[in-house]
Design a protein around this ligand. Structure first.
Ligand SMILES: Nc1ncnc2c1ncn2[C@@H]1O[C@H](COP(=O)(O)OP(=O)(O)OP(=O)(O)O)[C@@H](O)[C@H]1O
Ligand SMILES: [Mg+2]
Length: 332
């Protein structure tokens, strides 16, 4: 990979929770643990994982909206912790996020035009803001007359277009889209994903796309990173990771993509055991749900290691699905 535009180096984010009784230490929740990930300029990297796996927490640290408890985030090779006020403003212009909840992120008291141009004002972006606004309305496929209306007058899909236009306003280099389609009707999901693809080309963006659903990632991502209980489980080029997952958790996610069984759409139930992130767990966090579990898996957490057969891929698993395939124990 050429030098990454954005990278997290061993970032951890822990939250101290209120104690249960009067005495004892406050429990610590590890939302993200020792995550290292690089984002190459121009690529679309998907981050996937069940609810609570730490995707949003990681995204906020990548954006500089939240500080890691340990580890560091680098943008174009420079650490973003400790940036001056003007340095932070410049960073905000270079990296923008579409927040997970499109309704909560649009101020209902402001007209669409004011919402979209707000980052231009707050980040002191030079140039004619009205011209930029009209350009953005065209780019996201909203009527120019919409600038005088309020967010509640629009459908979910159109509100997401408003949020996208606002994120693109200051000419960012990196766009982080946190579950950009999960709140939308199925009928507008594909349209919104296509729009994001087109905008990526048009504005020369690097995209980090977050979703709990691997089927969303398939057609839009170059590489996919799989998170579970705050840890990175597997990273690799999308086709290879889908065709031949190495981590049993990736296989579980793939198995959960709704499929047609006898003409009926049957989604498998994923969240029977939610990821455990409180306190210090010794071994692999997926051990309790894993079909390949061995004694060593409960004793030591595996680190994310490049695959011998293909260094563009990496997995955090002591056993690995490739080994079971070659020994005839293929479960796929
Ligand atoms: N401010 C906070 N204080 C305490 N715990 C938090 C805080 N923010 C996040 N968490 C916890 O950290 C874990 C990871 O949360 P996060 O929102 O990053 O997950 P997620 O993968 O984005 O989930 P979802 O798919 O539901 O959006 C969860 O257990 C969450 O409850
Ligand atoms: Mg989230």
């Amino acid at each position: 990979m050429s030098s990454p535009i954005l990278e997290a180096r061993a970032v951890t984010r822990s939250f101290r929770l209120p104690r249960n009784g009067l005495f004892g230490a406050k429990p610590v929740l590890h939302a993200v643990r020792e995550v290292t990930i690089e984002v190459a300029e121009g690529e679309t990297l998907g981050i996937v994982g069940e609810s609570g796996s730490g995707k949003t927490t990681l995204a906020h640290m990548l954006m500089g909206l939240d500080k890691p408890t340990s580890g560091a985030v680098h943008f174009r090779g420079n650490p973003i912790g400790g940036l001056s006020k003007s340095g932070l403003r410049e960073l905000r212009g270079s990296m923008q996020i579409i927040f997970q909840d499109p309704n909560a992120s649009l101020d209902p008291r402001l007209k669409v035009g004011a919402i979209i141009t707000e980052p231009l004002r707050s980040l002191h972006v030079p140039g004619d803001h009205q011209t930029r606004l009209l350009e953005l309305m065209d780019a996201v496929g909203l009527s120019r007359t919409a600038v005088e209306r309020y967010p509640h007058e629009f459908s979910g899909g159109q509100r997401q277009r408003i949020a996208i236009a606002r994120a693109l306003a200051p000419h960012p280099k990196v766009l982080i889209a946190d579950e950009p389609v999960s709140a939308l009707d199925v009928s507008v999901r594909a349209k919104t994903l296509n729009l994001l693809q087109d905008l990526k080309e048009q504005f020369d963006l690097t995209v980090v796309m977050i979703s709990h659903d691997l089927s969303v990632m398939h057609h839009v991502c170059d590489r996919v990173a799989v998170m579970y209980a705050g840890r990175m489980m597997e990273v690799g080029p999308v086709e290879e990771l889908y065709d031949c997952p190495e981590h049993p958790y990736t296989q579980t996610l793939l198995d959960a993509i709704p499929r047609l069984h006898g003409g009926k759409l049957v989604p498998d139930d994923l969240a029977d055991t939610p990821p455990q992130t409180i306190g210090e767990a010794l071994g692999c966090s997926f051990a309790d749900r894993c079909t390949l579990v061995e004694t060593r898996c409960r004793e030591q957490a595996p680190s994310l290691t490049p695959l011998e057969s293909n260094p563009s891929r990496a997995a955090a698993c002591h056993v690995g699905l490739a080994a079971t395939r070659s020994s005839g124990g293929n479960k796929t």
